[in-house]
Design a protein around this ligand. Structure first.
Ligand code: FAD
Ligand code: NAI
Length: 467
């Protein structure tokens, strides 16, 4: 038997590493089991960070080709060096994963390299390259994250038919890219390859992209992406992908049934969601319960049905977002140290890092209608915002929804450049139980895109100034 820990976390993604760091800061002896060769989980290795690096680089490539000249910057037609762009992305991964390694050392957290299996409450077996060891822990946290959801009958080889992981590393720009699933990954990575020259067709089962997001935002977003060259096949399902001598034929048909057609593709991206990853973890043997979707069941304090075993992040219910996993990690570490950790699930923002960005927090109009809640809406377009006009990024709007009686802000939805940064203002206002009047009476720096948030707040019960 090797070391005894206060806490052993299985999985070093954003949920696991934040839980470990917070617990160590609170004086616990912590070990983290991670089988990947680098820390940081899906987010840092094959998710948030690499996708944002490619979104950034491809956006600048697109701007250099289509927008620089309008500002008097003549650079000629930009030439893509894909190998270098991919290396730029890999550097981002490396810098970030090494950063977590540094933080582990700084906080005296042991990285237990290998695959973790719960062999009994309080005991985790770690199968590493050099053999197995068993570590003891007062508490165990499952932070094993999620994996790609598979589409029956479609085999992902990560070369021509790829998941998000393969789509972060195509060795050449596909001529025609068929994206199965019009969710966050499809639109972000579709944007990357579209900007680099691919013809992108998105096949989405539902009758709107980004199902669950504010309807008005989705419509505007789809229209904008169409202008950028995307083709959408909504309410459509994929029934098969057949490999041809060169490329693929993707068979699709209306979701409700009817005549089918085939789409030619040089590459196919399957992104129809993600599923909890608990393979080989020993959940059954340890008696840890999961729900019908394979998510580890936890109570309000992240505790499973087995004493001393907890779970957080993508492996449990809730939005599969890095910041949700992180907040759960911190809250759990605080609870385990006898403090009062808390996650406010009503104010977890969601951001799609396309151009324009889409960001939201709280309830949509659709949800409030379904819940029978009366509300007021204030909207302000970026066409009337000085900074947006100066920068020629006038696509989109800010929409604030507030309770009709109390004026408390219930939801904020933004489509526009920098929406992902602006949404933080709304999150803070909501976190403090703020009203639209509170936002409207706050002083915003001029000229900023954020002024559109103030103007939308003014529009909730009165009139904006600049419209
Ligand atoms: P993960 O990050 O999945 O980490 C789990 C870790 O556990 C992994 O490293 C895995 O190797 C390890 N592990 C699993 N089983 C074992 C075991 N038995 N033993 C040892 N180790 C094990 N979210 C955002 O908020 N913003 C974004 O911009 C964003 N972009 C994304 C882009 C893409 C392409 C993808 C795929 C996801 C993106 N996400 C984004 C989602 C985000 O990555 C996840 O929500 C987040 O990583 C979940 O964190 P986690 O700690 O729960 O799990
Ligand atoms: P998603 O859940 O966002 O979207 C999947 C889409 O596929 C949905 O629109 C769904 O209706 C559709 N779909 C499902 N089955 C289908 C089928 N058979 N045919 C056609 N369409 C089908 O999942 P996605 O994009 O795979 O992302 C996975 C997770 O990763 C998400 O939960 C998201 O939260 C997270 N993520 C977050 C990002 C961010 O915060 N910016 C970026 C990328 C991923």
């Amino acid at each position: 038997m090797a070391d005894a820990y206060d806490l052993v976390v299985i999985g070093a993604g954003p949920g696991g590493y934040e839980c470990a760091i917070k617990a160590a800061q609170l004086g616990q002896k912590v070990g983290v089991v991670e089988k990947r060769d680098a820390l940081g989980g899906t987010c840092l290795n094959i998710g948030c960070i690499p996708s944002k690096a490619l979104l950034h680089a491809s956006e600048l490539f697109e701007e250099a080709g289509h927008k620089f000249a309008d500002m008097g910057i003549n650079v000629g037609t930009p030439k893509l060096d894909l190998k270098k762009m991919l290396a730029f992305k890999d550097e981002a991964i490396d810098g970030n994963t090494k950063g977590i390694e540094f933080l582990f050392k700084k906080n005296k957290i042991d990285w237990l390299k290998g695959a973790g299996k719960i062999v009994a409450p309080g005991k985790v077996e770690v199968a590493g390259k050099d053999g197995k060891q068993t570590v003891e822990a007062k508490n165990i946290v499952i932070a094993t994250g999620s994996d790609v959801a598979k589409l029956p009958g479609v085999e992902i080889d990560e070369k021509g038919v790829v998941s998000s992981t393969g789509a972060l590393s195509f060795s050449k720009v596909p001529g025609k890219l068929v994206v199965i699933g019009g969710g966050v990954i499809g639109l972000e990575l579709g944007s990357v390859w579209s900007r680099l020259g691919a013809e992108v067709t998105v096949v989405e089962f539902m009758d709107a992209i980004l199902p669950g997001m504010d309807g008005e935002v989705c419509k505007t977003f789809q229209r904008t992406l169409k202008k950028q060259g995307f083709t959408f096949k909504l309410a459509t399902k994929v029934t098969g992908v057949a490999k041809q001598r060169s490329g693929y034929k993707v068979s699709v048909e209306p979701a409700k049934g009817g005549d089918g057609e085939t789409l030619d593709a040089d590459a196919v991206l399957v992104c129809i969601g993600r599923v909890p990853y608990t393979e080989g973890l020993g959940l059954e043997e340890a008696g840890v319960e999961t729900d019908e979707r394979g998510r580890v069941k936890v109570d309000g304090h992240f505790k499973t049905n087995v004493d001393g075993i907890y779970a957080i992040g993508d492996a449990i219910a809730g939005p599969m977002l890095a910041h949700k996993a992180m907040d759960e990690g911190s809250a759990l570490a605080e609870m385990l140290a006898g403090k009062s950790g808390h996650v406010n699930y009503d104010t977890i923002p969601g951001v799609v890092y396309t151009a324009p960005e889409v960001a939201s927090v709280g309830k949509t109009e659709e949800q409030l209608k379904a819940d029978g809640v009366e509300y007021n809406v204030g909207k302000f377009p970026f066409t009337a915002n000085g900074r947006a006009k100066a920068n020629k990024v006038t696509d989109g709007f800010v929409k604030i929804i507030a309770d009709k009686k109390t004026d408390r802000v219930l939801g904020v939805h933004i489509i526009g450049a920098n929406a992902g940064e602006m949404i933080a203002e709304a999150v803070i206002a909501m976190e403090f139980g703020g009203s639209s009047e509170d936002i409207a009476r706050t002083c915003f720096a001029h000229p900023t895109m954020s002024e559109a948030v103030k103007e939308a707040a003014l529009a909730v019960t009165g009139s904006p100034i600049h419209m």
